[in-house]
Ligand binder design. Sequence first.
Ligand code: SF4
Length: 253
Amino acid sequence: MDHETQEKRERLHHNLINMWNFYDEVEQYVGDKGESQDIPDFSSYVQSVIKEPKDQFIETIEISNIHQLASLIKSCSRCPLSEKRTHAVPGEGVINAKVMIIGEGPGGSEDVAGIPFVGEAGVYLESWLKAISLNRKENVFITNVVKCRPPLNRDPENSELTTCFPFLEKQIALIKPEAILCLGKVASNHILGKKGTLSSLRGQFYNYHSIPLLVTYHPSAVLRNESLKGAVWQDLQMLAGFLNLPIKRKGSS
Ligand code: SF4
């Protein structure tokens, strides 16, 4: 809390206690109350009246459009992930997307290109999207929970996820997707605010600020373990069914 806010709160708290004592004394003289009353706890009232000023960063994000937000992300150095990145990767796709895809963080190819999901996992993701009539040029927005590559593709740390999250929150608010598809455990756990394995979280829609949210495995995980393919296909069919998207079978255009 900044010094000025703390001083204001202390002053108000002090004045409230003085007022309480004054009225308590008056009541004892003029009223029929015998004993003096305990002083109530004014802390939550004081906090609700004198709020902490908003962080300048949050204020700037709140008034940004999608392009301004991308510029803020590209120049951001609010967490240590900025130190080793080549490019921050804000995301790519359309506003009012049918589906917003949210992965974990940029990998090596994405870090070089500044574009999300362009490596092997990205090509694989494109094939998933195509199978349910989606693509990033027309009806999808793709991004990650952290916008800068974690060194050696390690999991983002909690402090990095938390620091970067206001960017994602604002992107979701601006893009207004009909549904969100979270890829992998890290993104799913952070966005849903609950710890769980991917297998325990998938298979149901969650409500994220009134937006239906589904989770599935990250394409990189499926490339490493092909036995997950069936589960991903179930999830994609569930999403397609919910959004009335045509499912394209292999060989159909
Ligand atoms: S990961 Fe997010 S918070 Fe950290 S430097 Fe990159 S854009 Fe900023």
